[in-house]
Design a protein around this ligand. Structure first.
Ligand SMILES: [Zn+2]
Length: 231
């Protein structure tokens, strides 16, 4: 018996590199970026404001000779300290700072693509400071599973003509990346997350978890790179 058949099922749904953003990027244009508390170059200053982080990101891409930075699944981050949306308690282990999606750092207005065929489950503008901003959730069905993909930090315009239940084909454009004024005040990027059980939520689902909840969330939100296969 397999240890986790849902993870295996996900991995089998794409056969190679499957883009979730497209501005003509190839897999060779991607470079991994570490935004965890272990990255000594990030003293807090770099992540405190979109302007400073944008400088850091530009230099990082320039140095690597790549176009798109990605990463962040199961990454413990310091950057959420800027918003009290996430730091719910002083007690150790309760801060929500472990990231459950993959972030793809690309320019504002970059097209966002459906990673798998599916239908529109829900959408919402989660407009609090530090939140997702405009967000889309697609529903996918396989023989054995129903699960969801969440696309966050989109442009407001992306939500203007959506209909619940509408079908999207794999690779079809579903949205565009939003700018800092509409995406929760971040440097433009996509937050992409796979969710098995939405727990009744619509247009929103936690993208970060605390140490205490992490065991459940890592099972419920597998590594999105099982689908994207950026290696
Ligand atoms: Zn994210």
């Amino acid at each position: 018996m397999h240890k986790n058949t849902f993870f295996d099922c996900l991995a089998g749904l794409t056969s190679g590199f499957t883009p979730v953003v497209d501005a003509g990027f190839f897999m060779g244009d991607y470079v991994h970026i570490d935004l965890s508390v272990k990255n000594r170059e990030l003293g807090g200053q770099e992540l405190a404001s979109p302007e400073k982080f944008n400088d850091y990101l530009s230099k990082y891409l320039q140095k690597s000779g790549k176009k798109v930075a990605y990463g962040g699944y199961h990454e413990k981050r310091g950057l959420y300290n800027r918003s009290n949306l996430f730091s719910a308690a002083e007690k150790e282990g309760l801060d929500r700072n472990i990231h459950l999606g993959i972030d793809i750092w690309a320019e504002e207005n970059t097209p966002v693509l459906a990673v798998l065929s599916g239908k529109l489950h829900s959408f919402q503008d989660n407009s609090a400071f530090g939140d997702y901003g405009p967000t889309i959730i697609l529903e996918h069905r396989t023989e054995n599973y129903i699960f969801y993909t969440l696309y966050g930090h989109l442009s407001r315009q992306s939500l203007s003509s959506l209909e619940i239940g509408q079908d999207f084909e794999q690779g079809e454009k579903i949205a565009e990346l939003g700018g800092a004024s509409e995406n929760g005040n971040y440097v433009p990027h996509l937050h992409f997350q796979v969710i098995k059980d939405l727990e009744g939520k619509r247009g929103d689902y936690p993208g970060v978890a605390s140490e205490i909840g992490i065991r459940f969330y890592l099972k419920n939100c597998p590594d999105p790179n099982l689908l994207l296969k950026i290696h």
